[in-house]
Structures are given as structure tokens and as C-alpha cells.
Design a protein around this ligand. Structure first.
Ligand SMILES: C[S@@+](CC[C@H](N)C(=O)[O-])C[C@H]1O[C@@H](n2cnc3c(N)ncnc32)[C@H](O)[C@@H]1O
Ligand SMILES: [Zn+2]
Length: 965
């Protein structure tokens, strides 16, 4: 790829549009019905999936030359800007959720035309849930996916291969077999989930007497619902609490550990349980509370009880004797098998009615017998199915995100109650049985394998909401799985779904979800993908094989993939492991070649873990370099908001032989892009663009690198600014482009022959970028760029402007703040630091920095005053003091201006720049904090009367002259 072969992604991407479409894909409700990240997640969970819109834009942008959109006529500038407008329009349309087959085909045609009328080969070497390879295939390329983890590999087969291979005909079959598995399992273990007599028709059904029914609307009925004879209710969830024996000798109570007891938390219908000492003073009973208040706080007042306020982290007091129950005691009870579970509530549905009905367990006949029954039957099925249970160990204590091990949980199967285990194993047995019957019935082996793989996905889904570490979501009245957020915290009160019910965690709902997703994929017109399980560190391809690599590697310790995946691995191994012996031979997911920064694998040594992770990433980039064709692009998703971690990644790419050419910040995660709010001022991922470097050579810093850096950055700042890119997005995109000047060489030398360390690159680039942005800002507010322009202001004030411009009100992690400070030539800490001294500009708390505004600083009477040796204070100090006086004590302004002698011309530019309209690229917005912005707006609007006239009257022309010297 030479300059004439510059790709779209190296020139311009409409990142705001791509971000907006991407963010919408995170919402399940909006994403059903078309191919989206949420739809893929419904098929099977995988972590850190990327939105399809962003992947599609990256694939298209990496494979289509920028020149395609440039018109033949006009001046160079006109051609360039028209070209960008044209490509942006096309990419925007291509990213829409409802993109048509025609649009995809047209895009595919553009890609083929750029590759000699053939379909280019594109690899994702960390393919995960398969978002990128899916889009590669949809855009008509030959799509290759490599992934180490067997669970992810199966998910990829289910997403990228089977729907294309078998199409729609598979869907009917799948429905049919899903019903068969359901019915057979229900026949065997359905008795463990007995219906209960409906107190509406049989009031004697209740053993207690508290109010039991709270009916509400909103329940959606599904196919395959279990029909009840009238007069009965279907349990859909059993709510349990863990208990430990009271530590006080002689008390004998089982102390519940529940953290909260809300059952329903919706306006107009609140339901909760209140623990009360039972009659025998050993048991805890539960009173069911309900309220039709509009607000939970009102309900709490009405009840005189706060259901959120039970145990904290499991630490609690015995409700019978009030003895404190400490965490140590709870852990010890767990370790010695004395932690038990106790049913506290039951959630039911009534056939034909909407809504859910809640009972306190104290009011209905005990159902703990079912757990005993299940326990008695478990050994039989374990033996029949040759299911090893309690064999696969949980990851070692201390593993990132895992908190359950200290409480006596040793294996994955410990995370299930006996009834859950028995039911899941029965499902598994019938899934296996289904495969034999399909084969005996003449179904071709590959199709049978695909069908049972989807049945196994349904089992996984039931298991995910059928473990004793799930949570009841009282706002949505449904069950949430334990590992959704990539963590496995300890849970004290948990719901157990009835798999034969018709609510969350049931087979019928899970099957509807999986089959619905398969159907959408089968209708999606996908192209075949080549999916391989293997390691990115040793790719199974020959040299110069691919036209592009687009990939999303694991990022340090963000997600412990293999450990989380073991949750599913143990179930998939049982249900379909025999059909994939090459992937499921081991007891758990492979960890050895896994790229992750996991101290637990290095005896707790974080430094070693980090070094190992970085070594693996370098190795992966070297492999990428080897299998790419000369000059071919590499797009690497960097799953982090800021540039702080870039240095290592970029250095690894450079050493592996890549030139970094661009970086595009894209918001892939936030449900809606609220750019003005603090944290979301930063995009959630950065798409780094690189290409294979062909020439090996040393770059001379002064002669080549620095001039190249300056001219690239100038071009990028100005052209992206004109395209409406602002703030942190602009900084990141320009830093990405600036890195090209360094990474174009295998090493960069100073004039004396000394090699420039790679860590310097980033600071150097950042500094040039910020400098250039400041110059542009100055120009926008009418500064001439010379002595009185913004670029000439003192360092703290420059820092203040640029920070506000880039990060608005966001707090910054120290790593990022340090890079930023280096780039603006100030210190954060230490004697001269902006966060220290008598008048700090930054607040440092818990390792984060926040910029203070005038209302937090201006009250200091010495702020903005001349220093002892008569030097003017930083402009930002003078401005903050001036704003304060303007708001609270205007009569002191003349004295202040006379004594402090600020450069009022510069101060005006500075205030205008901060006032927002310019910083936000034309639109008014919260660049400064709300209060500061209001004050700045007032000040700039009344500049003459507040400052000029006053200054003139106070000091006369003398003052002006003094300033000019
Ligand atoms: C960020 S995720 C990819 C997510 C994917 N882009 C998606 O949208 O679903 C990174 C993936 O890299 C995989 N991985 C880790 N080490 C690997 C290795 N050495 N070779 C191949 N894949 C690896 C992890 O299992 C994980 O699925
Ligand atoms: Zn007690």
C-alpha cells in the first residue's frame, strides 16, 4: 500500500455516525429483528463483543481506497473535501441497522474492484464472538477467524458457519427437537417443580396469613408455556437466601445472609420481604409487604423497613439474638460445609393472567423436600450419563473478578443446587439422545451436529440463569445471570428459575431466544467463513496470505476470558463434547497460550504477568506481519478510552514491522452517546490503523521525523476540525496520524546517533498535536497567533484550555493525565505541580485528577496577584479571580486589575476560548463547568464594561503601554 493506495480508514471516517449506530446495537430491545451485537449475544454469551456497525465501517474503510470517492474536477482542496463528504455519506448508510442486501452488495463490489475483481482474504486472529468475521463475510470477502477458546470457537460455528451452511431449513427442525428435549426432561424431573394451589380458588392452600398476592401487568406470554389446570399457579422463580449457624453458643438460629429482599420494585407496586423471628425463636420467618406507592422511598416509610438494608458483604447480625456475624465466621462456615440455603419466597404466574404473584415461603407448604429428592436421584443420572460432576475446579483463589472461592465453592458444579444440577444433566442427556436419534433417522452428520450444538446453547442459557449465583432483578422481575459483566461475585440471596415455567431462565424462553437468533442469521445472507481454533501466536497460514487483518485483541486484564468461559465449557463438554473431541478433550479451557494479564498465573506477580502479556502481543503482531501481504493494512481495536496504554502496544507494532497510520476513537459501548456528560466525553474504543512497513531504515529525528510530524499533524488538525471532529476525539485521531512519522522507521535517531526511546514518541506527538490545536483555537477566537495569541500564553493557562478542550469535565486517570501534562510541558505533582502548592488548579483524589473551576478557586484573595518579584500570575489565576469578583464583589475589580496587571487582550481570547462555542466546534456546550460557563458567557458579553473601561479608568493609557512592553 503506497500513498496512491491510501485507504478510506487512513483518510477519514465519520466517527460520530458510526458511534451512534454502534451504541444503539447494545440495546436488546432495539436490536432484535436485525443483525446486531445484541442479537449475537442472545444466541450465546461472549464477552467484549463489538457492535457490527463499527466492524462493518472498519472492514469497508480498510479495503476501499480513499481515491474512489474523489471527483475528477475541481481544485485539490475541493476534490479532497468532496471526496470525504461522499465517502462519509456512503459509510453512514452502510452502518445503518437496516442495511439492505443491495447496499451490502454494492459495498462488496467496491471492495472487489479494489482487489483486481477478486474477493480479498481477511483475517481476525482474536475472533471471539465473531462480530468482525461476520461483517467481513457480509461484505463479500473471504473471511477467516482464529480463536483460542473452544467455547468461543463453538459460538463462531453457530454464528458464522452453520446458518450459512444449512440456511432456513434448520430452523423448523430445531424447534421440533427443542420441544422434544423439553418434554422428555419435563417428564423426568418436572415433579420437582410442583404447581401450587391458587389461593384465589382455594384459600385453605395457605398455611400462613399474610397478604400474598400482588398482581401487575407487563408479563409477556411465550410459546411453549406450561399449561396449568385451573386452580393452580406455576412457580417461575424460587428465591433463596444462604444461611450460616449463629455463632453464639446456645442460640441455634440459622442466620440469613441476604443482602436485600426486594421482590418487585416498580412504581405503583412494590413488594418485599421482612424477616421476623419465628415462633420457635430459632427460625426466621418472612412477612410479605406490598405497597402501591409511587416511589420506593414512600414504600419504605409506609413499611417502616428498608429491604435494601440487610447484610453488607454477608456481614450481618443474628435476627434472633442480635449477635454480630462476621465475614470470618461466614467463610469458615462455607469451608466446613455448614453454609445452607433457605427458601424465602416464591414467584408464580397464573395461566391466562398477566403479571407475577409473590408469596412468602412462610405462607406456603415447604418445598425444601424437592432439594432432598433431587439429591437422591442425582447419582443415578450421573452414572447413566457418565457425567463427571464436581470435577472441574473453579479458577484459583485471587483470579480476577472471582469472589466465590473463599466461601467453600471448589468446583463449577458447586455453583448449582442439587435440583438445578439434576435438571440440567437431564436436559443434557436428552440433547445427546437427540443426536443419536437424528443420526438413526438419517439426518446428515453435519446438520445433526449443528442442530445439537444449538440445543446445547439452549442448555447453556438455562444454566446461566439456573445457577445459585444469579440475581433477582426486582425492577424487571427477572433473573440475571452471574457472569454477564465478566465477573463472578459472591451472591447471598438468589433466584432459582423453574426451567418448565414461562419466565426468564425457562427452557421455553431460552429456546425462543436461541432459535430466533438462528433464524435471523439464516436469513441474513451470510457468506461462508473459515473458522479455526488456534492461537494468534502461531497462525496456521503461509506467509503473505492475507489482504488485511482486522482484529480486536484481549486488552490486559479487562476480561478473564478462559475462566469465565469454563462456566459454559463444563456444560458444552457434557452436551456436545463428544462431537468435538478435538476441542473438548481437556477438563477446562486452555489458558497457556491465552493473552491476558493475569497475576494469579504468575504467583501474584503483576509485573511478570504484564511482561508476559506484552510478549504475547508482540508475538501476535509478528505473526500478523508474516501472514499479511506487503503493504496490507492491519486494524487493531484498542479497548480503552485513552492513549495511556498506547506506548507499549504501538511499540510492539512498530517492532513487528508496522507503520501506525491513523487512530479512530469510536464509542462502542455507551447505550447513547451523551458527549457532554463527564465520563462519556471519551470514546470507548480506539481503532488503530497500521500497515506493513516495507523499507527498513533509520529515521533522523531533526531532518526527517520532526518536520514530517509537524506537517502531518497540521494537516490532520485542520482538516478534521473542519469536518466537525472536536475534543478528545480530535486529539486521539491526530496523535494516531502523528505516530506515522516515527513508526515509518524501524528506529529513530537524534543527530548524535543516539536512538530515541519509543516511550518518547507518544509525548512528542501529543505535544505537537496540542500545540497545533491551541494555535487553531487562537485563530478561531481572533488571535493572530503571534505574541498576543493564545499560543503565547503561560503554561498553566495553556494546560487549562487544552484540558477543558479535550476532556471537558471528565476526571482523568493518572497515567493519561501524566501524558497530557508532558505534552503541555507542565508538572502535575511535586513542588511546581499544578495539583500542589497554595493555589492548586487540579484536584487529585484516589489516583484521579480533576480540573477545578473559578468557583472553587476564585475566593482566594491572593489568586491572580503579582508574584513577590513582580511577575504577573498565570492568566488562568487572574481570570478565575476576575470571574469571582464579577459575580460577588464587582466593586473590587478596578483594584484587582490595577494590582494584578493581567494582559487583558490575551485574557479576552482566553475567556472566549473557554466560553465554549469555539471549543465545541460551533455549538454551545458544557466545556467549562455549568457555573464557570455561565460566568464566562457573562464576562465575554460585557467585556468592555467589566474590564476595558475599568482598566482604562483605573490605570489610564499607562497600563496599556506597560502591557505592550
Ligand atoms: C476482545 S475479544 C474479541 C471479541 C470479538 N471482537 C467480538 O466481537 O466478539 C479477544 C479474544 O481473544 C481471544 N484470545 C486470547 N488469547 C488468544 C490467542 N493466543 N489466540 C487467539 N485468540 C486468543 C480471547 O479468547 C477473546 O475471545
Ligand atoms: Zn443468634
Amino acid at each position: 500500500m503506497n500513498d496512491t493506495d491510501k485507504r478510506l480508514i487512513e483518510d477519514y471516517l465519520p466517527i460520530a455516525d458510526i458511534s451512534e449506530e454502534s451504541s444503539i446495537e447494545n440495546s436488546v430491545t432495539q436490536a432484535r429483528g436485525y443483525l446486531s451485537k445484541a442479537l449475537l449475544s442472545i444466541l450465546h454469551r461472549w464477552w467484549a463483543r463489538r457492535p457490527l456497525a463499527a466492524c462493518r465501517a472498519a472492514v469497508y474503510g480498510a479495503l476501499v481506497p480513499a481515491s474512489r470517492f474523489v471527483p475528477g474536477n475541481g481544485t485539490d482542496t475541493q476534490k479532497k473535501s468532496l471526496g470525504r463528504a461522499n465517502s462519509a455519506k456512503l459509510i453512514k448508510a452502510l452502518c445503518q441497522r437496516g442495511v439492505s442486501q443491495d447496499q451490502l452488495e454494492q459495498a462488496a463490489q467496491h471492495i472487489r474492484e479494489a482487489h483486481g475483481d477478486t474477493a480479498p482474504r481477511v483475517l481476525d486472529m482474536f475472533a471471539g464472538g465473531g462480530s468482525i468475521p461476520l461483517e467481513v463475510g457480509r461484505l463479500g470477502c473471504e473471511s477467516y477467524a482464529v480463536e483460542l477458546n473452544p467455547v468461543a470457537h463453538l459460538v463462531e460455528l453457530g454464528t458464522l458457519v452453520y446458518p450459512e451452511q444449512f440456511g432456513h431449513r434448520m430452523v423448523k427442525e430445531l424447534r421440533n427437537w427443542s420441544r422434544i428435549v423439553y418434554e422428555r426432561t419435563q417428564q423426568e424431573v418436572g415433579d420437582l417443580y410442583p404447581s401450587i394451589l391458587d389461593p384465589k380458588s382455594s384459600p385453605e392452600a395457605l398455611v400462613g396469613n399474610s397478604q400474598t398476592e400482588f398482581q401487575v401487568s407487563g408479563f409477556e406470554r411465550r410459546q411453549g408455556e406450561l399449561r396449568q389446570p385451573s386452580g393452580f399457579l406455576t412457580p417461575v422463580a424460587y428465591i433463596w437466601t444462604r444461611t450460616v449457624p449463629c455463632p453464639r453458643p446456645g442460640c441455634g438460629a440459622s442466620v440469613p445472609l441476604h443482602r436485600q429482599s426486594w421482590l418487585r420494585k416498580k412504581a405503583g407496586g412494590f413488594v418485599a420481604l421482612k424477616p421476623v423471628a419465628g415462633k420457635d425463636r430459632q427460625r426466621v420467618d418472612y412477612a410479605l409487604l406490598s405497597s402501591s406507592a409511587e416511589d420506593p422511598k414512600e414504600a419504605i416509610v409506609e413499611w417502616g423497613f428498608d429491604p435494601s438494608d440487610l447484610s453488607a458483604g454477608g456481614e450481618t447480625t443474628c435476627p434472633i439474638c442480635q449477635t454480630t456475624v462476621a465475614t470470618m465466621h461466614i467463610k469458615a462456615s462455607g469451608e466446613s460445609g455448614r453454609m445452607a440455603v433457605n427458601l424465602i419466597a416464591l414467584v408464580c404466574t397464573r395461566s391466562g393472567d398477566q403479571g407475577k404473584i409473590y408469596f412468602s415461603a412462610s405462607d406456603i407448604p415447604s418445598s425444601e423436600d424437592e432439594e432432598k429428592k433431587a439429591s437422591g436421584r442425582l447419582p443415578v443420572i450421573v452414572k447413566q450419563g457418565n457425567f463427571g460432576v464436581y470435577e472441574t475446579k473453579l479458577p484459583p483463589r485471587g483470579t480476577l473478578g472471582f469472589r466465590v472461592q473463599p466461601y467453600g465453592f471448589k468446583t463449577w458444579d458447586d455453583l448449582f443446587t442439587q435440583r438445578q444440577l439434576l435438571t440440567l444433566l437431564t436436559f443434557v442427556q436428552h440433547v445427546r439422545q437427540a443426536y443419536s436419534e437424528m443420526r438413526n433417522g438419517g439426518v446428515e452428520p453435519e446438520l445433526a451436529k449443528a442442530l445439537v450444538t444449538y440445543l446445547a446453547f439452549i442448555v447453556d442459557k438455562v444454566a446461566e440463569r439456573g445457577a445459585s449465583v444469579c440475581r433477582w432483578h426486582p425492577g424487571a422481575e427477572k433473573i440475571e445471570g452471574p457472569i454477564a459483566n465478566g465477573k463472578m461475585p459472591m451472591v447471598w440471596d438468589f433466584p432459582e428459575a423453574n426451567p418448565f415455567g414461562n419466565a426468564s431462565g425457562s427452557w421455553s424462553q431460552s429456546a425462543d431466544d436461541v432459535i430466533g437468533a438462528v433464524e435471523a442469521l439464516a436469513n441474513g445472507g451470510l457468506k461462508k467463513c473459515i473458522v479455526q481454533r488456534g492461537s494468534a501466536l502461531a497462525l496456521p497460514y503461509e506467509d503473505n496470505f492475507f489482504d488485511a487483518i482486522i482484529t480486536d485483541p484481549p486488552y490486559y486484564d479487562n476480561v478473564p476470558y478462559s475462566h469465565l468461559a469454563d462456566f459454559f465449557y463444563v456444560w458444552l463438554k457434557r452436551s456436545v463434547g463428544h462431537l468435538y473431541p478435538e476441542h473438548f478433550a481437556a477438563e477446562s479451557c486452555p489458558t497457556k497460550a491465552e493473552a491476558v494479564m493475569e497475576p494469579a498465573r504468575h504467583g501474584g506477580d503483576s509485573e511478570k504477568a504484564r511482561a508476559e502479556y506484552e510478549k504475547m502481543m508482540s508475538q501476535a503482531f509478528s505473526e500478523a506481519h508474516r501472514v499479511l501481504k506487503p503493504g496490507a493494512p492491519l486494524v487493531c481495536v484498542y479497548a480503552h478510552k485513552t492513549t495511556a496504554g498506547w506506548a507499549t502496544l504501538i511499540d510492539a507494532m512498530r517492532r513487528a514491522g508496522f507503520v501506525v497510520t491513523e487512530a479512530w476513537p469510536i464509542d462502542t459501548e455507551n447505550p447513547s452517546r451523551q458527549r457532554s456528560k463527564e465520563s462519556s466525553a471519551l470514546a470507548s474504543s480506539i481503532f488503530l490503523v497500521a500497515k506493513r512497513r516495507e523499507a527498513i531504515g533509520k529515521g533522523n529525528y531533526d531532518e526527517t521525523v520532526r518536520p514530517e510530524l509537524e506537517s502531518t499533524v497540521r494537516e490532520r488538525v485542520n482538516s478534521l476540525w473542519d469536518l466537525g471532529i472536536t475534543g478528545a476525539d480530535l486529539v486521539i485521531a491526530c496523535v494516531g496520524a502523528g505516530l506515522r512519522a516515527f513508526t515509518a522507521f524501524s528506529s529513530v535517531e537524534y543527530a548524535n546517533g543516539e536512538e530515541m526511546p519509543a516511550q518518547r514518541f507518544l509525548t512528542e506527538v501529543e505535544s505537537v498535536v496540542l500545540e497545533t490545536i491551541l494555535a487553531r483555537l487562537s485563530k478561531e477566537v481572533g488571535g493572530n497567533g503571534g505574541r498576543y495569541g493564545l499560543a503565547a500564553i503561560d503554561a498553566p493557562s495553556r494546560f487549562y484550555t487544552l484540558w477543558r478542550y479535550t476532556y471537558k469535565l471528565a476526571e482523568l486517570d493518572s497515567g493519561e493525565a501524566i501524558i497530557f501534562a508532558n505534552g503541555t510541558h507542565v508538572e502535575l505533582d511535586g513542588l511546581q505541580g499544578l495539583s500542589s502548592g497554595a493555589r492548586p488548579m487540579l484536584e487529585k483524589r484516589k489516583g484521579k485528577y480533576r480540573l477545578l473551576d473559578y468557583s472553587e478557586r476564585g475566593g482566594d484573595t491572593s489568586l491572580g496577584a503579582l508574584s513577590q518579584d513582580g511577575q504577573p500570575a498565570p492568566l488562568v489565576d487572574a481570570l478565575h479571580r476576575l470571574l469571582w469578583l464579577m459575580e460577588r464583589n464587582p466593586s473590587n475589580i478596578p483594584d484587582f486589575l490595577r494590582d494584578a496587571r493581567p494582559n487583558t487582550e490575551q485574557m479576552r481570547l482566553f475567556a472566549q476560548a473557554l466560553a465554549g462555542p469555539v471549543l465545541k466546534g460551533g455549538e454551545l456546550g458544557e466545556v467549562a463547568s455549568g457555573t464557570e460557563l455561565a460566568a464566562l458567557t457573562k464576562l465575554t458579553a460585557n467585556w468592555r464594561s467589566v474590564v476595558e473601561d475599568v482598566a482604562e479608568a483605573a490605570v489610564g493609557p499607562l497600563f496599556r503601554d506597560a502591557r505592550k512592553n
